[in-house]
Design a protein around this ligand. Structure first.
Ligand SMILES: Cc1cc2nc3c(=O)[nH]c(=O)nc-3n(C[C@H](O)[C@H](O)[C@H](O)COP(=O)(O)OP(=O)(O)OC[C@H]3O[C@@H](n4cnc5c(N)ncnc54)[C@H](O)[C@@H]3O)c2cc1C
Length: 469
């Protein structure tokens, strides 16, 4: 089914067929879109994908620029790197078709309260996600399904007249004749509108825009990945009751005005090397749809506010993150991650002996209690948070569970400001979108922001509910 931006009847069709899909758009507010608008989309992660799909399904012919490869080539590059091979800075867990969340649990839970979340679920199901995502309280897709869904979405965009140009990195964005000029591969091309959905790992984009459009600091968080045995998490949550879904949890604690919380929990998953730059270490988690690996992992993060870094420097937050990622890298053990048992971390005597799990981080671990990697406040808060969580979930009392670090790409440290029509200030026709622009924090909220930016770019009016990320 095609969702028309112009035709309110589609809303009624969706509402009848999928009563759980909540759509309530004020279509009367819409202006007549100009179908001949030339629209570019930078990035093919959830935000760019949903922007391009919405545009294509509504008669536009978006041109998508993606610096990375198509999903099949990207999978090969990621497998090669995980197996000990060379790191490819343009084709990795962050960059390439599908964006940052392709090698993920594909969790579609979100804290945003937006009418479009039901619509995004419906679209994922239409392009191949298991239909159960439509009625689960905590839907997830899994890496295995995501890879196929992403391909199907790309094929739909192309079949509707859109273009997806892989291996094409945007290196220039500037005003041109009331629109936007993009530079790539020593060429330029002008667009009436450009949706900028480059994700928060595209630091070069922030540098490109620094002198052209205002940006502001925003809070983010950093921390570690914890791995427990999946059966221990299930037992902590359900006791001995069999037949329940693989256990998921979210824990949080306010300590001294700062939040410590678990994030992006992956039941039966793996810890993945998620760096996008050479000679750095970054962790994150993924699961397949079956969630049946031996371990369950989650990020345990500490909130970082602009007061915690040099906020007189626009890139102070980015530099804070960069220092952590570089400090974790050891030239004698390339791309190995620092790790320790929980007990070793709390006692300041790091050890990888006597663990209750076999770590899943594929490039291997070296012993570290993370001093010299994180600032002191992160370490003390992590220790206090882990102790507090052991009173909430018994598995957290396991001092032989494994910590791997650093988890740094939780959300963007910068926001690219946009006006009430979604446009960047100073660059007419540029629509900053998704996680990199600071308007999303996960697959669902990025996809919703992509939809919203597609509407802004074509209709000039925001249709969705308030942002509440
Ligand atoms: C391993 C991992 C697991 C995760 N698990 C989950 C999960 O289970 N659930 C969840 O909600 N979230 C998860 N996330 C977070 C989620 O992936 C992101 O929030 C989401 O992908 C952000 O979407 P986006 O489209 O804004 O940006 P991205 O997904 O980062 O996409 C940006 C795209 O732009 C491209 N790009 C960058 N610069 C340029 C340029 N100059 N020119 C052209 N293209 C460019 C990149 O290659 C990339 O493909 C996970 C993230 C990771 C890394």
């Amino acid at each position: 089914m095609i969702f028309s931006l112009e035709n309110a009847e589609d809303e009624i069709t969706i509402a009848k067929k999928f009563p759980f899909v909540k759509l309530s758009l004020s279509f009367e507010e819409l202006k007549i879109p100009q179908k001949n608008l030339k629209i570019g989309v930078i990035g093919f992660g959830p935000a760019g994908m949903f922007a391009a799909l919405t545009l294509a399904e509504n008669g536009f012919k978006p041109v998508v620029f993606e610096r990375g490869c198509n999903i099949d080539t990207r999978k090969r590059d990621v497998d090669l790197f995980c197996g000990g091979g060379t790191f490819n800075p343009e084709s990795n867990i962050q960059f390439g078709e599908g964006g940052a969340g392709t090698f993920s649990d594909g969790k579609l839970t979100t804290r945003i309260n937006d009418n479009f979340t039901g619509f995004v679920l419906h679209k994922f199901a239409q392009f191949g996600a298991p239909p159960e995502i439509l009625n689960k309280a905590r839907p997830h897709i899994g890496t295995d399904n995501l890879c196929e869904i992403i391909k199907n979405i790309r094929k739909a965009i192309i079949s509707l007249g859109g273009e997806v140009r892989f291996n094409t990195k945007i290196t220039g964005i500037e005003n041109a004749n009331g629109g936007v000029r993009l530079t790539f591969d020593n060429e330029t091309e002008n667009f009436d509108r450009v949706i900028l959905a480059a994700g928060h790992s595209a630091k070069d984009i922030f540098t490109l825009l620094k002198e052209q459009t205002p940006m502001e600091h925003k809070p983010f968080s950093v921390g570690v990945r914890i791995e427990h045995r999946r059966v221990d998490i299930n037992r902590s949550l359900y006791g001995e009751n069999p037949g329940l879904p693989e256990g998921e949890y979210m824990l949080s604690k306010h300590i001294g005005g700062r939040g410590v919380y678990t994030f992006c929990m992956c039941p039966g998953g793996m810890v993945m090397p998620s760096n996008s730059e050479p000679e750095t270490v970054v962790t994150n988690g993924m699961s397949e749809f079956g969630r049946n690996g031996d371990n369950s992992n989650a990020a345990v993060c500490v909130s970082v506010n602009p007061e915690d870094f040099d906020n007189s420097d626009l890139f102070g937050g980015l530099k804070f993150i960069e220092i952590i990622e570089k400090s974790a890298y050891r030239h004698d053990l390339p791309y190995c991650a620092p790790g320790t048992s929980v007990g070793g971390f709390i006692d300041g005597k790091p050890t990888l002996d006597g663990l209750s799990v076999t770590g899943t981080y594929p490039r291997g671990l070296y012993e570290s209690d993370f001093t010299g990697i994180f600032p002191e406040f992160v370490i003390t808060h992590l220790k206090q948070g882990l102790k507090a969580f052991s009173n909430k979930l018994s598995a957290y009392g396991d001092m032989n569970a494994l910590l791997t670090a650093p988890e740094t790409r939780t959300s963007s440290p910068l926001r690219i400001k946009r006006n009430e029509n979604g446009e960047a200030y100073g660059i007419k026709g540029l629509f900053p979108c998704g996680e990199g622009a600071g308007y999303a924090g996960g697959i669902m909220s990025a996809a919703v922001d992509g939809l919203r930016c597609a509407m802004w770019a074509t209709h000039g009016c925001p249709l969705s509910k308030k942002e509440n990320i």
